[in-house]
Design a protein around this ligand. Structure first.
Ligand code: RIB
Length: 287
């Protein structure tokens, strides 16, 4: 059972404030913290804490943040041999504001933008040994397309979490084994009537809808799997923990709906504490 996460590594600078500032306005915030983040890194840490064997392919800068991020992944039992330290560019960062039960995020890609097809070729042996590849969109899109085409050709399952939201070719959607999109991402991928995209991709496309749960089409009807009712502290990383738990579930032989229930459950832990990775649970807590 092994999952390979190919994606981003960031350092998150997190400010908590009562309300989001308006354009041009200064507000006094409540707290500031620095956390390990990046959608790829968050998903790798979560899958590892849930008991999977996880390898990571990604890039950091040759700076203190980069080394700290690698050490953090390693401390979380994620394989880091395929993380490249790139000269002349900083490690990715994210500026996160938490307010009004929600968050807003600005990311600077930094070294994440240097994850090229060449690096994928150099690590094709790791990919070929994997049961499942988990991807997001904080690395170059052409690299994601290349990986999905490679995996499709070689019969390796892929889970694409199209975050942050962007338009994708139908080829990439067709070739991915599963797509996990939130409502914003889904709207950008399939504009038009809500159900159209779901119906087009039965048992493959999952739409996560926060407190409203997650939807998929089972070939006959749209099924909604309820979210767990918990108090929200910080939603950062909820989508990441859902995607990671879903992969762990599928990799352990759960059915699609069971894997979605597992995703919802793990995400419910993540939103009850501040930070993305800081709030991701270990298997024994989930049990
Ligand atoms: O999904 C949450 C993540 O998005 C944060 O950790 C931040 O780094 C951004 O990439």
């Amino acid at each position: 059972m092994s999952i390979v996460v190919i994606g981003s590594i960031n350092i998150d600078f997190v400010t908590e404030t009562k309300r989001f500032p308006k354009k041009g306005e200064t507000v006094v915030g409540n707290s500031f913290n620095t956390f390990f983040g990046g959608k790829g890194s968050n998903q790798a840490v979560c899958a590892s804490r849930l008991g999977s064997n996880v390898q990571f392919i990604g890039c950091v800068g040759k700076d203190t943040h980069g080394q700290e991020a690698i050490t953090n992944l390693s401390n979380n039992n994620v394989g880091v041999k395929a993380i490249n330290k790139v000269e002349g560019i900083s490690t990715g960062v994210a500026q996160i504001t938490i307010a009004e039960d929600d968050n807003s995020i600005i990311t600077i890609k930094g070294a994440n933008s240097k994850l090229t097809k060449n690096i994928i070729d150099q690590n094709s042996d790791i990919i070929l040994r994997a049961d499942l590849i988990l991807l997001q969109l904080e690395i170059p899109l052409e690299t994601v397309e290349y990986i999905i085409a490679f995996c499709h050709k070689n019969g390796i399952s892929t889970v694409l979490n199209p975050a942050p939201a962007m338009k994708l070719s139908s080829d990439i959607i067709d070739k991915a084994t599963y797509i996990i999109a939130n409502e914003t991402e889904y709207d950008l991928l399939f504009d038009g009537i809500y159900t159209d995209g779901l119906i087009k991709y039965p048992n493959k496309l999952i739409v996560t809808r926060g407190a409203k749960g997650a939807d998929y089409f089972n070939g006959e009807e749209i099924v909604t799997i309820k979210a767990f009712d918990v108090d929200v502290i910080d939603t950062t990383g909820a989508g990441d923990s859902f995607a990671a738990a879903f992969c762990v579930g599928i990799d352990n032989g759960l059915t699609l709906s069971e894997a979605i229930i597992y995703g919802n459950k793990v995400a419910s832990f993540t939103i009850q504490k501040l930070g993305a990775q800081t709030s991701m649970p270990y298997l024994k807590e989930v049990k």
